[in-house]
Ligand binder design. Structure first.
Ligand SMILES: [Zn+2]
Length: 443
């Protein structure tokens, strides 16, 4: 990493970060930037465009347009019949659209426009599926043809900063930031921060994110490009980086992946019923025997997930383990899932599994007093405590791209901390390294 750039950035950021922490808590949202890749026409004129007839060049000059929307409880057929379209034509449209859209699944509020040379005549139909997609069904020489269109959107970038008083959700809410950011952060930081347990009053955050704005004004959260969470005196950075091979992942300031190649536990909601120990009295045999795994109490049938990518070494029965799965992740790590009621489909010796893939279901087969999952990790030849083991990280930024990564990271950091400190959510310019910067880092 370029030390001088890093130092310079840190020098710029340190005072700003301190002010952020004590920043006032009021918010203002406004937009400045429009994405260069989409036409920068005002929303109103785009809305008009979407209502224009796609067959405009071929139709006669006098055109009737009938606007309507799906009424609660009405089917597409009922709606079209009310508009004066014949059952035969409705059927033809449904069939023409079948491969792109199922008219049997219309929802109340979806809008449509029927174009025809006379009322009740049908040349084409414009149907708004949602804020992102429209469907055009038009009459051609060989019957109706359907076309799905994705609506243009503009991209806005925002920075939101706050001090957590109760929860990050409430803080985002009072900042007038997109509250879905809280679940995005929970996923990005799932390996580092437990947003239920680790967050304390007074912790701070700064998030740089993008938002898509559709012609009807609908806003959709895009990506979290960068984040900094300061909790219990520890700083957690996350930077989204797309490597040249197209892989997108979050990395820390040094370019280490935030993702671990093993998850902490194979169950989503978990309660430990027996910890890892070298001297436990076994609940069934009553003998003192090391317990080289963690027992999680869970209902029978709860899905059990592979904590990492790997291949199944065993999916079988053993008198003590009951139905169990053993997965090899790499030359160092192997995991075990015991007492399963049954295996997931396709889980057999030699099968490849993804991280998080369901491999079986909680049960009480083998030596077990009740339904629970016994989870074990073997590192090399020794069992390790799954709750305290330092989890292995995924691949860092490719070594040939560290310089480009530093530039991207720094452009994010500048945005994260440049914005007006008294506003907790505010629009910022697109944070991209300039073309010149990219040119200078061709390897
Ligand atoms: Zn156990």
């Amino acid at each position: 990493m370029n030390r001088s750039i890093k130092n310079e950035i840190l020098r710029k950021i340190a005072p700003l970060a301190i002010v952020t922490v004590v920043g006032l808590s009021y918010a203002l949202v406004y937009r400045i930037e429009q994405d260069g890749s989409t036409p920068a026409t005002p929303a109103a004129s785009r809305a008009a465009e979407t209502l224009s007839d796609p067959t405009a060049s071929t139709r006669p000059t006098a055109v009737h347009a009938t606007h309507g929307s799906i009424v609660k409880g009405a089917s597409f057929f009922v709606e079209m019949t009310r508009a004066g379209i014949s059952p035969v034509e409705i059927d033809q449209m449904v069939r023409a659209a079948r491969k792109t859209f199922n008219f049997k699944r219309v929802r109340p509020g979806q809008m449509y426009t029927i174009y025809g040379s006379n009322p009740g005549m049908l040349d084409s139909l414009h149907f708004t599926i949602d804020s992102e997609r429209t469907l055009a069904v038009s009459r051609g020489e060989e019957g109706f043809a359907a076309r799905l269109d994705t609506l243009p959107y503009t991209v806005e970038h925002f920075v939101t900063r706050g001090v957590i008083r109760s929860s990050i959700y409430n803080s985002l809410l009072s900042n007038k930031a997109n509250v879905n950011l809280s679940s995005y952060l929970a996923v990005i930081y799932q390996w580092d921060i437990d947003f239920f347990k680790d967050i304390r009053k007074g912790d701070t955050y700064a998030i740089l994110y993008s938002q898509k704005v559709y012609p009807d004004g609908t806003k959709k959260l895009g990506d979290v490009l960068a984040a900094r969470v300061f909790t219990q005196s520890r700083e957690h950075h996350a930077f989204l980086y797309e490597s040249k091979d197209g892989g997108r992942a979050y990395y820390d300031a040094k370019g280490n992946s935030l993702q671990k190649s093993l998850m902490r536990a194979p169950l989503k909601y978990r309660r430990v019923s027996s910890s890892f120990s070298y001297g436990r009295r076994h609940p069934v045999t009553r003998r003192v025997k090391p317990h080289l795994g963690v027992d999680y109490a869970a209902r029978s049938g709860t899905p059990v997930r592979s904590t990492g990518e790997g291949s199944v070494l065993v999916a079988g029965y053993h008198s003590g383990n009951g139905n169990y799965v053993k997965i090899r992740h790499n030359s160092r790590y192997t995991t075990y899932y015991l007492h399963l009621s049954k295996f997931a489909r396709g889980i057999r010796k030699g099968a490849r599994v993804r991280q998080g893939q369901v491999v079986g279901y909680v049960g009480s087969t083998g030596l077990a007093t009740g339904p629970h999952l016994c989870y074990r990790i073997k590192v090399g030849n020794r069992f390790a405590n799954p709750r305290t083991i330092r989890l292995p990280s995924k691949e860092p930024v490719p070594s040939t791209e560290t310089q480009l990564y530093s530039i991207t990271r720094d452009s994010y950091l500048v945005r994260l901390f440049e914005a007006n400190l008294q506003e907790h959510t505010q629009a910022v310019a697109r944070p991209r390294p300039s073309k010149q910067e990219r040119m200078n880092t061709v390897f």
